[in-house]
Design a protein around this ligand. Sequence first.
Ligand code: ZN
Ligand code: ZN
Length: 278
Amino acid sequence: MDTNADFKTNYHTHTFRCHHASGSDEEYVLEAIANGYKVLGFSDHACWEYSSKYVSRIRMRVQEFEEYKRSVLYLKEKYKERITILLGLEAEYYPMYKDWMLEFCVEQQIDYLILGNHFYLSDEYGVYFGHMAPRYISRYFETCIEGLRTGMYAYLAHPELIMRNDYIEWCDSIEEGFRRVCIECARLDIPVEYNVLGMQANRQSKKEMYPHHKFWELAAECGCKAIIGMDAHSPHDLDARLYEEAQAYLDSLGIDIVHTIEPINYEYLMSRELMREN
Ligand SMILES: [Zn+2]
Ligand SMILES: [Zn+2]
């Protein structure tokens, strides 16, 4: 693990394929190099093989993955002397499609997934945890924990996503749910992400959604490790000044910051899964 504070890395990078990010893949790479990153992980919103005819407007389709992969691997080779590039995806935890995703990671030789727990069960059902009915609050915490226990995810992205709901204020019951998530992350040694796109959004809206300072005090108290995720939806989101601000804030809390992710062996996870079934 690299503890060098100057070792800037980012594993949370989107591309135009999700229909809500801009810039070419190469522009992200050049911006990352210019801003001194040593590692750039592409983690665009994952495609899913739905059992229905549902088409998501915020992610690539399965048929589009091949081109995403080709582009990332091309840039990885082209810029290998200047930066390490990884092929990842930001994926939800969908229990019914989990095995499909695991197989996909093996087949496609994906380096890592990060858990972006955006939707409950599948986006086909339309329950977005950032804008949902209060009865789903406990589901959010439960699915974060269940998802992380699969071992498929390198880290938990924007853990405080539910703070986007207008009616949710930090209170004892919310803290209790986040405490369970933090304890599990610490136990599994999975970092929680300090989301820098959210930091920008908090500023613009003058409202504290995520990152939330109460969450980060709790994460520090629970012994969690933090990872800085730029959640870049535009090359400008990789601005090193934003990264450094996030780092200074986390340092002030005394929380450990990790700059590298543990490689995930999806073949091993799949063989373990098969053994369990037999
Ligand atoms: Zn996005
Ligand atoms: Zn993201």
